[in-house]
Design a binder for this molecule. Sequence first.
Ligand code: ADP
Ligand code: MG
Length: 179
Amino acid sequence: MHSPNHSLSPPLSSPLSSLTLALPDEAATVALGGRLAPLLDAGTVVWLDGDLGAGKTTLVRAMLRQLGHHGPVKSPTYTLVEVYVVSSIYWYHFDFYRFNDTEEFVDAGLGEYFRNDSVCLVEWPEKAAGHVPPADLVLVFRFPKNHHHSGRVLELSAHTERGQSCLNTLKSLIPGAAA
Ligand code: ADP
Ligand code: MG
């Protein structure tokens, strides 16, 4: 089974700051997406890590809805990338789950999507390790250790100053999360 902590290669630098949140139900994931989306400026790269069904696509859907997208937000598992134009910029939602080789990122020409006028939200970034541009923010979704508990635990970590500023603002919006 995929293990989020040990599969990212090359290893991520240690984060500048981080925040761990309990997401007890889907509504909590949706609420977080609503808070996070307006904080992401064009040029931001977010990696979404966590097993199948952890809530990565749910969070992305909530973000796009918050920004005014009304249509469906489908998992890009087969298409590799779904494109949205909201809040006057491009939002690209990727899913590399089906990659057998990290080179498929290069073969598909996906590097062109990572620009200073787009926000890139990437599921399964480890499947394109070494090619996918580094993240400003890394979000790791985990199932609670006690599987009788539903819900998820989300660890958000900032790896650039851009990511850190976003995380600081998010902390200020969440009661009890301030550093
Ligand atoms: P992923 O993209 O990580 O594979 P999805 O978002 O497609 O996962 O699916 C997540 C599933 O878990 C959905 O059925 C959703 O309703 C549910 N879910 C999302 N967030 C939570 C949460 N915080 N607690 C419990 N269930 C959740
Ligand atoms: Mg998904």
